[in-house]
Design a protein around this ligand. Structure first.
Ligand code: XMP
Length: 320
């Protein structure tokens, strides 16, 4: 019978054996559950010989960097390096509107940033990754041939082989809900454990069209309000994802007795079991009203909020 405790202790033993008495591991934290649980397992096994790297690519949700630093540096006590690469990513994305090009640029930048950081840990021969069982299956299926690629998912962990490091992947036999159980057993922050999925390319694929620092800031603010209100109402428990998308359109509004001509954002709120198919989620009208009022009143630069009521398929969950 399946027990988080047994799995955790088994994986910790396996890591100890693989890495040995002196081996060092580098691991890229993404802020997501998988890399988090992988990191804590490796940390339990080898302590300070684990070096974690968190890349702030400027495409994160509001407060995300602080949450990661607090949870892992202060609470777990990991050796964590935050790399401030915001400018590099935003500059690299300037003028780019095609979603797949955005993903490609972000993926490449990530690899370069990670490569530079990893050089600082000369003695590290091992690379930790939060690869799950479904990832293992999926990559076999994709590499096996005929799967049409709709979106080329970039994850932290999409690192090139030429880093020439041995992989440490303690979640390779686990499913997502099992990973959460293991994380809970290890005492990981619930806010990290229960977070909704967030794509590797982050807010870049939630800004339809061109990305600028100003648009990133607008979206981060609107998204934080959407998330906070839904969570405060407890409505997130039945939802798979709930977030804001910044649209490439301006519209006319009126504020006091002045005319405005500002941005619009969409609320994307979906129910799903695995992200493969999804239904748009029903939210109470009062809750929707609060989200809309707060965004329009508090986020200067957004004067209209619309609700996305498309299911997947034929729409996808993300707009890009
Ligand atoms: P779509 O938009 O394809 O999304 O319906 C399905 C699930 O995948 C997530 N998603 C991504 N995750 N990198 C990721 O790590 C990506 O490029 C990416 N694109 C979409 C999306 O958030 C949803 O959970």
């Amino acid at each position: 019978d399946w027990k988080a405790e047994n799995i955790a202790e088994r994986e910790i033993e396996k890591i100890k054996k693989l890495v040995g008495e002196t081996g060092e591991v580098i691991l890229g934290l993404s802020g997501g559950v998988d890399s988090a649980v992988a990191a804590v397992l490796v940390h339990r096994a080898i302590g300070d010989r684990l070096h974690c790297i968190f890349v702030d690519n400027g495409l994160l949700r509001k407060g995300e960097r602080e949450l990661v630093e607090h949870a892992f540096r202060d609470h777990v006590g990991l050796d964590l390096t935050t790399v401030d690469a915001r400018k590099r990513f935003v500059d690299g994305l300037a003028g780019v509107t095609d979603p797949e090009r955005k993903r490609k640029i972000i993926g490449n930048e990530f690899v370069e940033v990670f490569r530079v950081e990893a050089k600082r840990f000369q003695d590290a021969r091992f690379l930790g990754q939060g690869t799950l069982y479904p990832d293992v299956i999926e990559s076999v299926a994709v590499h096996g041939g005929n799967t049409a690629v709709i979106k080329s998912h970039h994850n932290v962990g999409g690192l090139p082989d030429d880093l020439d490091m041995e992989l440490v992947e303690p979640l390779r036999e686990l499913f997502k809900d099992e990973v959460r159980e293991v994380g809970r057993y290890l005492g990981l922050d619930e806010r990290i454990l229960m977070r909704q999925p967030f794509p590797g390319p982050g807010l870049a694929v939630r800004i339809a069209g061109e990305i600028t620092q100003e648009r990133l800031d607008l979206l981060a603010e609107a998204d934080a309000i959407c998330t906070a209100e839904i969570e405060a109402a407890g409505a997130h428990k039945t939802l798979w994802q709930y977030f804001a998308v910044l649209l490439p359109v301006k519209s006319v509004g009126v504020m006091g007795d002045a005319r405005t001509y500002e941005n619009a954002c969409a609320l994307r709120i979906v129910e799903s079991v695995d992200g493969m198919t999804a239904d748009w989620g029903y939210l109470d009208h009062q809750l929707l009203r609060r989200i809309s009022n707060r965004i329009i009143n508090e986020v200067k630069g957004i004067n209209r909020v619309v609700l996305d009521i498309s299911s997947k398929p034929p729409a996808t969950i993300e707009w890009e």
